[in-house]
Design a protein around this ligand. Structure first.
Ligand SMILES: Cc1cc2nc3c(=O)[nH]c(=O)nc-3n(C[C@H](O)[C@H](O)[C@H](O)COP(=O)(O)OP(=O)(O)OC[C@H]3O[C@@H](n4cnc5c(N)ncnc54)[C@H](O)[C@@H]3O)c2cc1C
Length: 499
């Protein structure tokens, strides 16, 4: 490249680091500006003043995260545990356990998920009430049209319409929504619910199998990743909050305003969360000129609480990762045995537990001491031996409005990677993408997609290879084909004019 094009990336989560890494490898002059003190975004990890490792919630890496697994291979790092089994608890005790689905004889999806999961209380009749929902799973093919059809309905309405029993909804589907979309069913878009459930659970039998990092993701992945980015010439600058963009007369970005400084740019990629974008649009004299960006103020974020507790003794926790429901009406939570997952706690004399609460609005105003007491009580309800154990050290991280809220009706306001500003691109787990992935994998993929748009614009460098999600199983492909044909004929004979 004769003169390297200058690209500014805003936000150092999975999306921003993905874009920065690829473009700096392709010879671009890339500067990544991150508002916080550490790279990693929602997944950032650091040490407390007492030298204890903490992070803003534990993050799992599910079987279909092919692009992230490929990245760690290319970085030549080995951050992950083996695949682990999970359990689910309610105030009544253990509710169900999942096997390692990849070790079970393969069955056409979704039979394996239903037959191999061990439910201890949920009656078979309730589980069978999920069957009619399969039609919606087939009908929702992640296309923009399917999103438009299902997005304005709540997930709860969808499950009710398809005859899902009250108990199955409360004890299986709603807990999955609280952990996967961070909100209860009446606050989730039915489109997002179908997309998320299909990707993580239903598309292929092993999809629900998950690995974790053997320490904080910050230490295990982001630290070595940033080092490799810097070796290829990329700059990662922390404590740099972007407040505005500068445009030229043709409406193209020329720079990024950050405090008193303006960073000159030939292209800009935003990799900030919905809440970050809302703040930027509100402050910006440039972005607020466009209806598309102003409409982002209709979107929302969800509160999350991440706690880590060090106990004075070892307590045996049956499974390393556990999801819980029924403790608070609209909050889901998970707990993790870090002695089993993190190398540094393997031989610790006491138990170390991470407990994260999703849709935790009502918990955030509690004092740290009240929160620790609540977590201790809830934990002891699941694993009674915790009653005798004493907390010797603990931390609380409040993530206000941190995660994307896929609320009913939100799809119309989400944006694609291309924006009305020709050299300003978007990435992040909320940006519309046809890839079909979710969460960290989606954030990383959208970062690569934005990098590829920069490459397309300047015709310099090689596009990143993005591994597509695994294709649908043949019977699902056939069912979708038949459904699409019937829908097309139906629309032709009887055009839809209803609401
Ligand atoms: C408690 C919890 C548990 C989770 N569990 C999982 C899980 O198990 N598996 C999974 O795959 N996903 C999980 N997620 C979701 C996952 O964290 C996100 O999907 C993913 O990290 C989003 O990455 P991102 O790059 O899109 O955005 P973010 O991680 O939000 O990064 C955006 C970055 O932009 C920065 N920024 C914002 N505004 C500005 C500005 N004006 N200037 C400069 N920088 C700015 C922010 O500081 C941040 O670093 C979880 C999330 C939470 C909170």
């Amino acid at each position: 490249m004769s003169e390297a094009k200058r690209v500014i990336v805003i936000g150092a989560g999975w999306a921003g680091l993905g874009a920065t890494h690829h473009l700096s490898q392709q010879g671009y002059n890339v500067t990544l500006l991150e508002a916080g003190p550490h790279p990693g975004g929602l997944v950032a990890g650091w040490k407390t003043s007492a030298g204890r490792s903490i992070e803003g919630g534990i993050h799992g890496f599910w079987y279909p995260y092919k692009n992230i697994f490929n990245l760690v291979k290319r970085l030549k790092i080995n951050p992950f545990t083996p695949f682990t089994r999970s359990a689910q608890y309610s105030p009544k005790g253990l509710e169900c356990e999942s096997p390692l689905f990849q070790d079970k004889p393969p069955l056409p999806t979704p039979l394996g998920t239903f037959l191999y999961t061990r439910f201890y209380r949920l009656p078979l009749a309730d589980r069978l009430s999920a069957l009619p929902l399969l039609y919606a799973v087939i009908d929702f093919d992640n296309s923009p049209d399917a999103w438009r059809r299902y997005d304005k309905m709540t997930a709860r309405e969808l499950f009710r319409e398809f005859g899902v029993s009250k108990r199955l909804y409360k004890e299986a589907f709603e807990p999955m929504l609280l952990v996967g979309l961070f909100a209860p069913g009446e606050q989730c878009s039915a489109a997002a619910a179908l997309g998320m459930l299909y990707y993580f659970i239903l598309a292929h039998q092993p999809d629900f199998d998950v690995v974790w990092c053997r320490g904080t993701v910050g230490e295990q992945i982001f630290q070595p990743w940033v080092e490799q980015i810097e070796q290829t010439g990329g700059k990662v600058l922390t404590n740099q909050r972007v407040t505005d963009l500068t445009l030229n007369d043709e409406g193209c970005v020329t720079g990024v305003v950050c405090g008193d400084e303006t960073f000159a740019a030939d292209a800009v990629i935003s990799a900030v969360s919905v809440s970050g974008m809302k703040k930027m649009v509100s402050q910006s004299q440039t972005l607020n000129q466009y209806a598309e960006f102003r409409n982002l103020l209709n979107l929302g974020g969800i509160d999350v609480l991440a706690t880590r507790l060090w106990f004075d003794r070892r307590v045996k926790v049956p499974r390393p990762s556990n999801a819980c429901f029924g403790f608070d009406a609209t909050t889901g939570w998970t707990f993790f045995d870090l002695n089993a997952l993190h190398d540094e706690f393997k031989d610790a004399p006491g138990t170390v537990i991470e407990a994260d609460f999703y849709h935790a609005n009502q918990l955030l105003p509690m004092s740290n001491a009240q929160i620790w007491e609540k977590v201790h009580q809830d934990l002891a309800t699941c694993v009674p031996k915790f009653k005798q154990a004493k907390i010797v050290y603990s931390t609380v991280i409040r993530v206000r409005q941190g995660v994307t809220h896929f609320a009913p009706g939100s799809y119309q306001h989400f944006l694609t990677a291309k924006t009305p500003i020709p050299n300003f691109y978007l990435s992040g787990d909320w940006v519309i993408s046809q890839h079909g992935s979710w969460s960290q994998e989606k954030a990383y993929v959208t970062g690569l997609e934005a990098a590829n748009l920069v490459i397309e614009q300047f015709k310099q460098g090689k596009k990143a290879d993005i591994i597509p999600v695994e294709t649908d199983e043949p019977h699902i492909q056939l069912a979708r084909l038949v459904n699409r044909s019937v829908r097309t004929v139906g629309d032709w004979v009887w055009p839809q004019f209803g609401l």
